[in-house]
Design a protein around this ligand. Structure first.
Ligand code: FMN
Length: 353
C-alpha cells in the first residue's frame, strides 16, 4: 500500500506528502493554499494567472496573486499560448517565489481556449512543446504541465503529447483524465493515468475524483502515480485532506469549523478587499457549513449578511469556543507585509481546468 506521508521530488524540489492541493480558479486564494499546507498537502497551487496581463494591463481581473512565506512548496500556474510571453511570465513567477512553474494545458473554458491557451494547446503539439521549451529555459525552478486527456471525448492525446512535453523540459505532469468537452461530467479515467505513468520518466500527479483515502490509495495503486491531486473534495473542507492522509474518520467540531472559516474570511478580505471578498466568500459558507456541520438555515442566514464582519460576529455567536482557536491560528501566520505581490500577472477571471 502506498504511503501518502512519504516525500517525493519534482526534480530538486522535495514535496513532503503525496497529496497535492489542486489549482482552482475562483477558489485557490492564499488562505486556501496556506490552509491546505497546514492540513498536510505536500504541494499547493495558485489558481491560473494570465500572461495576457504582461501585455494588456487593462484586462478586467479578479485580483493579483499574493505569495506568503508559509505556502511553500508552491506551484504558480500560468496560462497563455505565446512562448515568449509565457517565458517572461515564468520569470516573474519565479521571482515572486514559485518553487514550481505550472502551465495550464487543460482549461476547457472557451474564453481561454479561443485564445489558443488551455486545453487548445493539446491540439497544437508543436506549439505546446515550444511553450514548454521556452518556459523551461527561462527559469531555474522545475516546470510542470497540467493536462486533460484531450479535447474530444475519448481522446488519448495526453499519451502522445505527454512524453513530448517531458522531452521539451517538463519535470512532472499532472493528468486530469477527462476530455475538455466533458468539463466535469462522467468520471476521470485513471487507466489513462496508468498508461501515461508507463510512458514517461518523470513523476505524474493523478487528478480527478479523489474524494477519500480509499480512493487516493486505489488511484496510486492502479496508476503508479507519484501523488494524487485533490480539488473539489477540499472546498471548504481542509479536514478532507487530513482524512485522505491519515484516515480515522476525524470530524471537526463546530468550533473548529467556525474558527477555520473565520480565519479564511479575514485572510481573504486582506487579499481581495472587503467588496470583492463579500461576494467571493459566499460559496465557501455552504462548503464549510455543509457536511451536516451546521443546520441548513444557518448558511442561508450568513449568505444574506451584508458585510464579512457581520458573518464573523454571527459565527462567534454560534460557536463561542472558536475564539481561542482563531487566536492560536492567527498567531502562527507570518506578517502580511512580508507577502510578495505579483501585480503584473492578474488572476484569470475565466476559471476551469
Ligand atoms: C472551480 C474549479 C476551478 C478550477 N480551476 C482550475 C485552474 O485554474 N487550473 C487548473 O489546472 N485546473 C483547474 N480546475 C481543475 C482541477 O484542478 C481538477 O483537475 C479537477 O477539478 C478534477 O479534480 P477533482 O475531481 O478533485 O475536483 C478547476 C476545477 C474547479 C472545480
Amino acid at each position: 500500500m502506498a504511503n501518502l506521508r512519504e516525500s517525493w521530488w519534482i526534480r530538486d524540489v522535495e514535496v513532503p506528502t503525496r497529496v497535492v492541493l489542486a489549482p482552482m480558479a475562483g477558489v485557490s486564494v492564499q488562505a486556501f493554499r496556506r490552509q491546505g499546507r497546514r492540513f498536510g498537502a505536500g504541494l499547493v497551487c495558485s489558481e491560473m494567472v494570465s500572461c495576457a496581463g504582461i501585455e494588456h494591463r487593462n484586462e478586467r481581473t479578479l485580483d493579483y496573486l499574493r505569495v506568503a512565506s508559509d505556502e511553500h512548496p508552491l506551484a504558480i500556474q500560468i496560462f497563455g499560448a505565446d512562448p515568449g510571453v509565457m517565458a517572461e511570465a515564468a520569470r516573474m513567477v519565479e521571482a515572486a517565489g514559485a518553487d514550481v512553474v505550472d502551465m495550464n494545458f487543460g482549461c476547457p473554458v472557451r474564453k481561454v481556449t479561443k485564445t489558443g491557451a488551455g486545453a487548445h494547446l493539446m491540439e497544437e503539439p508543436e506549439l505546446a512543446c515550444r511553450v514548454v521549451e521556452a518556459v523551461a529555459s527561462a527559469v531555474t525552478v522545475p516546470v510542470t504541465v497540467k493536462m486533460r486527456r484531450g479535447v474530444e471525448n475519448g481522446a488519448r492525446t495526453c499519451l502522445s503529447l505527454g512524453p513530448r512535453l517531458v522531452e521539451a523540459g517538463a519535470a512532472a505532469l499532472t493528468l486530469h483524465p477527462r476530455s475538455a468537452k466533458q468539463m466535469y461530467t462522467g468520471v476521470a479515467d485513471h487507466e489513462l493515468t496508468a498508461e501515461l505513468v508507463s510512458l514517461v520518466g518523470v513523476p505524474v500527479i493523478a487528478s480527478g475524483d479523489v474524494t477519500s483515502r480509499t480512493k487516493a490509495l486505489a488511484v496510486l495503486e492502479q496508476t503508479g502515480a507519484a501523488a494524487v491531486m485533490v480539488a473539489r473534495a477540499a472546498q471548504g473542507n481542509p479536514w478532507g485532506l487530513r482524512e485522505i492522509l491519515e484516515g480515522g474518520g476525524f470530524r471537526p467540531t463546530r468550533e473548529e469549523v467556525a474558527a477555520e472559516l473565520i480565519v479564511f474570511i479575514r485572510e481573504t478580505v486582506r487579499e481581495l478587499g472587503e467588496q470583492r471578498a463579500t461576494g467571493f466568500l459566499k460559496k465557501f459558507y455552504g462548503w464549510y457549513l455543509g457536511h451536516g456541520r451546521f443546520p441548513k438555515p444557518f448558511k442561508q442566514e450568513l449568505v444574506q449578511l451584508k458585510t464579512t464582519d457581520e458573518v464573523v460576529t454571527r459565527l462567534y455567536a454560534a460557536a463561542p469556543g472558536a475564539a481561542e482557536i482563531v487566536a492560536r491560528l492567527e498567531a502562527e501566520l507570518p506578517p502580511p507585509e512580508e507577502d510578495v505581490v505579483l501585480d503584473r500577472l492578474p488572476i484569470s477571471i475565466y476559471g476551469g481546468g
